[in-house]
Design a protein around this ligand. Sequence first.
Ligand code: 2P0
Length: 344
Amino acid sequence: MYIASTTAPVNIATLKYWGKRDKTLNLPTNSSISVTLSQEDLRTLTSAATSETFSEDQLWLNGKLESLASERTQMCLADLRQLRAELESQDDSLPKFSQWKLHIVSENNFPTAAGLASSAAGFSALVVAIAKLYKLPQSMSEISKIARKGSGSACRSLFGGYVAWEMGVEEDGSDSKAVEVAPLEHWDNMKAVILVVSADKKDTPSTSGMQTTVHTSDLFQWRIKEVVPTRFEEMKKSIVEKNFPVFADLTMKDSNSFHATCLDSFPPIFYLNDTSKKIIKLVHAINEFYKETIAAYTFDAGPNAVIYYESQNESKLFAFLYKLFGKVSGWESKYTTESLTAFT
Ligand code: 2P0
């Protein structure tokens, strides 16, 4: 039996991916940017094994046997096997992994109750573990195109730190890939706190939600053509220059723009709840109080907030959070599993 393991971090978009121009290949309608969270806190650990004796492909996710039958997973496995077969055709001495079945074991180190999307880290770890097992020579950006087919946002979890997913223009997706904007060490005092507003499953899944938006929202057309292309360049620059106030403004505006297109979809999609909106107001009030932008909120396809800040401002930010939410157990470990719905 041959085995390889890897970890992949959760990434939180600061410039949101929302909309596909090709549903099968997961080709987006706009480029996006994310910040990868520390692997100590939130990551997926995946091991992939192959052996001539395995009779079927199998996956154990957090200790439970799960299906590998989805079309997305099958596309990833087929791409990886094809790259391995190319290697085997060049070197006869290589074992024929491309023809053998796979056993995959995957585990998240964050509670499902935190309500965080795990598909990005999950598909990223799955694809990278198999690429390692197959000893594929392709770069991470090349491999990110395979992870993208599993779940769009997964392509960004192949890199640590600050990552861009370039949407590309080709119909076959050959230029739709993740690239590093800057490594984690470049801006290592950046931190994130996650406010778990609700651990419930989201009511509109991202994949169908984005299709509704693409087909029905006029505002969305403005967003992808006029707003995001400029913002993409400005945000990359703010990261390279470590300009927190600019990065923060762009991050908050893009979260609001994404949720505005959700509201403009027909029927409308609501991800933010009243608590989310109070957090938005709170962050603006904090920045106003200090007369300096020290915190930036962003919300994905759900009501939970991620607040970015620089470590030197932690006590300034947390003074407000503690005062308003009270000190809850688990807070110190950067995210709380307690519901904040009591915040009124
Ligand atoms: C993002 N989200 O950029 C955006 C912001 C949610 C809101 O990527 O259909 O799970 O698997 O490609 O990647 C969620 O979408 O969707 C997402 P698929 P995915 O992080």
